[in-house]
Design a protein around this ligand. Structure first.
Ligand code: A2P
Length: 274
């Protein structure tokens, strides 16, 4: 089994450079997928309160030593306060059967509620208490991140956003890089679009004798984005992990970047969410 390369987050924690996403799997589906993923070598598992599958993920996690798996969860809008973040952590840790999380994220900024700075203060306290090793956000735009930095002096270690060649998020990636924030990608295969059938992707896949999904995941990993593709299929789980032993050329990177904006609009996190 080949080991997954890691990136060191700004707080010093090592994070695998690819992982398994688990939305929209239920408890049983997540248990199956995570068990298989751990068997084939995944070492980053991503879940959330909102997916309602933390119990299933937790059952599968019993199959691996705790310190060998990087476990991420996220909490919902009702917990956007200092005490709320702590309560949310306890609920997730309990369902997952762990006593610490590797990464805990604010799932959605919910600017209508305007309490994400308090949620962030709660995460900072959890990291100081040693209950979470790293802290971050999900679906935050640069303006939301800037506010966290201005009001607390602490930047997230990770921001997880909807990202693939069709949702390139160039401005976001540049902001993240300036502030030492690792970009993590949900729907990295462009779910709901025809990205994997696009001629540009197909052509590059043929040139490298790789599957289209591998080309897209390599486009992300080669630019230091951490994708969390989900799959319930063992062969595709294996395929998606095998994306560190070939490189795309600059021209290929650019031809995929040119797909930005060709699909329906990405989710807008200035709207309210979970
Ligand atoms: P399956 O579970 O049958 O593998 P995303 O992570 O972008 O949201 O996409 C997940 C979807 O893409 C799932 O429906 C999954 O189906 C499918 N999928 C995962 N890996 C691949 C791949 N390498 N090639 C094609 N489809 C894939």
């Amino acid at each position: 089994m080949s080991s997954v390369p890691v990136v060191t987050l700004s707080g010093g924690t090592a994070m695998p450079r690819i992982g398994l996403g688990t939305s929209p799997m239920d408890d049983a589906g997540a248990e199956r997928a995570v068990s298989q993923a751990l068997e084939v070598g995944y070492r980053l598992i991503d879940t959330a309160e909102n997916y309602r599958n933390e119990t299933g993920v937790g059952r599968a996690l019993k199959g691996a030593p705790r310190d060998e798996v990087f476990v991420t969860s996220k909490f919902n809008r009702r917990w956007h306060s200092v005490d709320g973040a702590r309560t949310a952590f306890e609920a997730s840790a309990d369902k997952l059967g762990v006593d610490y999380l590797d990464l805990l994220l604010i799932h959605w900024p919910n600017p209508d509620q305007d309490r994400y700075v308090e949620a962030w203060q709660g995460l900072i306290a959890l990291r100081e208490a040693g209950l979470v090793r790293a802290i971050g956000t999900s679906n935050f735009k640069p303006a939301h991140l800037q506010r966290l930095i201005d009001e607390t002096g602490v930047a997230p270690e990770v921001n997880q956003v909807q990202l693939s060649p069709v949702w390139g998020k160039q401005a976001e990636r540049e902001f993240h890089q300036q502030h030492g924030i690792v970009t993590e990608a949900w729907s990295p295969l462009g779910k709901g679009t025809d990205l994997l059938e696009h001629p540009a992707v197909r052509q590059i896949a043929e040139a490298h004798d790789r599957a289209p999904g591998q080309v897209v995941l390599r486009w992300e990993t080669q630019q230091d984005v951490v994708p969390i593709p989900k799959s319930a299929n063992r062969a595709r789980l294996e395929q998606n992990l095998a994306v560190f032993d070939f490189d795309l050329t600059d021209a290929e990177l650019q031809s995929l970047a040119a797909l930005d904006g060709t699909a329906r609009a990405a989710a807008d996190s200035d709207r309210s969410g979970h």
